[in-house]
Design a protein around this ligand. Structure first.
Ligand code: BTN
Length: 279
């Protein structure tokens, strides 16, 4: 798929109603998030493009890079993110928060809260969050978040918060294995979803929560994450690189780590891993 280059967003197929920027601004106008929106008909990965763009800009904070299709969409743990044109949301928000690198996972939690609450309010589906970043509906994955960072020891220079949501995609585009675990908003709701409107809602929620965490109110966001999550309180199995632990997911730390109580009664703090909910 060819890389069409950045464009100012006129007449994109992305939105049926015409200009994507107009469409988004009709539902949302942020002081920070979406100050500038850069649209690609097709690109490799919006995270990669956003990082390139971020390096070229003096103040990248709030720039949103959107693509209608990605040829090398990236998931967590080196996986691919299937990114066909015309159906889904693929976008990356550039941020430069005044946080330590170890505090960065709060951005992933923020994105999950924004996406799940937008899906609940805009579409009426009972979406939930599986730690750390899976957007689930009826136990199947409808979206995910990939945070990539450039940082020094004591500051984040650039955070690329990539968000993918399966909106109107037919599940037949997925491989058999993935199809068992994945879903789309159209499949779950039985109707066509306006991507532009949903994008506007997600950006508005990101703006709202980003301002809250910039004020230092991280716990408010974590409480909202807890309210929307489907992991805590369950028996879980967690794959951490080449080992697996199981126990009860008891909570998350202020740094967004998962706290698991093992059968020995000890607690293990997990900063990255794949969770399977057992009950
Ligand atoms: C996951 O759950 O594995 C994370 C998926 C993240 C996908 C999004 S799509 C937009 C952005 N660009 C990418 O290449 N990946 C993220």
């Amino acid at each position: 798929m060819s890389d069409m280059g950045a464009r100012i967003i006129k007449n994109a197929d992305f939105v049926r109603s015409g200009d994507i920027e107009e469409g988004i601004r009709a539902v949302f106008k942020g002081d920070i998030i979406g100050r500038e929106i850069i649209f690609f008909e097709s690109t490799t990965s919006t995270n990669d493009r956003a990082i390139e763009i971020g390096h070229q800009r003096e103040s990248p904070e709030g720039i949103v890079v959107i693509a209608d299709a990605q040829s090398h969409g990236k998931g967590r743990l080196g996986r691919n993110w299937i990114s066909p044109p015309g159906v889904n949301l693929y976008f990356t928000v550039l941020l430069r928060p005044p946080f330590l690198p170890k505090e960065a996972s709060i951005l992933t939690l923020m994105a999950a809260v924004a996406v799940v609450s937008a899906i609940r309010e805009d579409i009426g589906l009972n979406a939930g969050i599986k730690w750390p970043n899976d957007i689930l509906i009826n136990g199947k994955k409808a979206g995910g978040i990939l945070l990539e960072m450039k940082s020094d020891m004591d500051r984040i220079n650039l955070a690329a918060l990539g968000i993918g949501v399966n909106v109107n995609m037919s599940l037949s585009l997925l491989t058999k294995d993935v199809r068992l675990l994945a879903t789309s908003l159209k499949k779950e709701s039985g109707r066509y979803i306006d991507r532009n409107k949903l994008l506007g809602e997600i950006l508005a929620k990101l703006e709202y929560w980003y301002k809250i965490i910039l004020k230092g109110d991280k716990r408010v966001l974590i409480n909202e994450w807890l309210h929307l999550n489907s992991t805590i309180g369950n028996n879980v199995m967690v794959q951490i690189q080449d080992r697996v632990i199981s126990g009860i997911a008891e909570g998350i730390s202020d740094e967004g780590e998962l706290i698991v109580r093992l059968s020995t009664g000890e607690h293990e703090i997990v900063s990255a891993g794949d969770v399977t909910i057992l009950n």
